[in-house]
Design a protein around this ligand. Structure first.
Ligand code: FES
Length: 198
């Protein structure tokens, strides 16, 4: 590998951290060259991701899985704070997910304002359903109906209160013109071994 080559697919880093963080985060990833070569197909690996915590930024390890991309919506049809439901990465258990335009820049956000994000709906604590819990004033999902965990959608789904100790899995997105595609998962879906197998 020459020193001019990025050790990770920039498109993947962009999907996680947003376009402006590609240069900053690309060199911090833990992927080796073999893992890098595998990212064109379905695979799972660990990367270090910059996570903002107030004014500071911390590096945290995260499981990332890439899949065949799936068309889930159109930028022009999204209305601020009105979530659209879809399933990903398949139609199986715990695949229910939501796409939302937050109206506020977010980690992994796409679109002109970097405010369009997508998350799995299943609470990472004990699988509580988070459908219908989006709070537009705080840009969160929750509180979970089982033990009250709330997840911050502007910061990669990090938990901000309650019983869970893992972030809500974020669906990685790409834009192609007006089309929004799901391309992978950032974090492990509750109840699944590797996001594909229950
Ligand atoms: S299942 Fe959601 S907080 Fe326990």
């Amino acid at each position: 590998m020459t020193k001019h080559q990025n050790p990770i697919d920039p498109a993947l880093i962009e999907a996680i951290n947003g376009p402006k963080d590609v240069a900053k985060t690309g060199k911090r990833c833990l992927m080796n060259r073999r893992q890098f070569l595998l990212t064109s197909g379905i695979t799972t690996f660990t990367v270090m991701v910059a996570l903002k915590a107030g004014p500071a930024s911390a590096q945290v390890p995260a499981v990332v899985s890439t899949y065949e991309r799936k068309l889930i919506g159109k930028l022009s049809e999204l209305k601020e704070d009105e979530p659209l439901d879809f399933t990903y990465p398949d139609e199986g258990a715990y695949s229910e997910s939501m796409l939302v335009k937050l109206g506020r820049e977010a980690g992994g956000g796409i679109g002109p304002d970097k405010d369009v994000v997508a998350f799995n709906y299943t609470c990472t604590h004990q699988g509580g359903p988070l459908q219908g819990t989006y709070k537009s004033e705080d840009k969160v999902l929750g509180p979970c109906p089982l033990h009250l965990t709330t997840f911050d959608l502007t910061r990669h789904g990090i938990f901000i209160s309650g019983q869970a100790y893992q972030s809500l899995p974020q669906v990685l997105l790409e834009v192609d013109g007006d089309d929004i595609y799901a391309v992978g998962m950032f974090g492990l879906i509750y109840g699944r071994y590797d996001n594909l197998k229950g």
